[in-house]
Design a protein around this ligand. Sequence first.
Ligand code: SF4
Length: 363
Amino acid sequence: MTIQRKQTREVRIGKVRIGGANPVVVQSMTNTDTRDVEQTVEQIRQLQEAGCEIVRLAVLNEDAAWAIKPIRSQVSVPLVADIHFDHRLAVSALEAGVDALRINPGNIGTRAAVDRVVDAAKAHNAVIRIGVNSGSLETDLIDQYGGPTPEAMVESAFRHIRMLEDRNFGDIKVSLKSSSVSRCIEAYTLLSAKCDYPLHIGVTEAGTVLRGSIKSAVGLGVLLWQGIGDTLRVSLTSDPVAEMAVAWEILRSLGLRSRGPEIIACPTCGRCEIGLIALAEEVERRLEGETESFKVAVMGCVVNGPGEAREADLGIAGGRDKGIIFRKGEIVRTVKGGSNLLAAFMEELDTFLAHRRAERKDD
Ligand code: SF4
């Protein structure tokens, strides 16, 4: 079964099109001080190299808003300014070259302030992302719904949306974040049924790498499976670059997009007589930084391993006495077991990568 993506309106953040029939886009946020241009540019470059397609920056004051100008001139990825409460920062960030704002119009004060932000966004062809967070919902909605329920979050989103629609502004993206996976799923599912604006999905404050990855994979996985989500962020309490591998693995596991090689490794069992874990880790290390998509299988025995290894672009089914290496379904090498396996497989992996590079050059 393939995923039927919900058809949302297409908007453009810089050169990246989102919504409509466009693929789900991977996003993250820097954790540097935006005023520190050098460090921020460096982190954006690292994020981009790891597969980030839209980068958000926190804009806490005028200095940070204007730092976007030199940052913008040094990086190609679309930039989103994250602003709370102060409409002047939004206007400055737009003038400094940002491609989108993350700002809630209901939180920036007067009607005139909202008018100024919308006028500036229109003048700069910028998207506005409304970001509802269950931790900072309006108190009247909390009272009305008895807490930060999914319904209250959706109602809050519509309040902000209406303020933009009243000003004939439609380049909107919406997020509804909560640290509760089930609340996130319910809120996005409700909102998706009620509007066709593109949605930025994520589980916020998800936690450290292990817990955060699991919560994000479950939350985003359920939403993506329903066809919901046009951009996504995996939020981890870690270096934001670490979010990229998780985000791409989520997309790959659902067959939505792929980036870099897929490494299949068996979980090992009592039948495994080789150092499979070390072999799989070594393969992973060797393939770090590869952006092309292909499949490598590292399997621990010659009983159940060959099936999976044969299906991969390069695979090994290793045993104590012998190991079989496959390339695209064909046996290319049979090696004696034990420590020879790692060296032989690495040789084959290097040959495989060299062939791919040569093919790429010819194209
Ligand atoms: Fe066990 Fe072989 Fe399956 Fe690995 S491939 S889990 S060693 S049966």
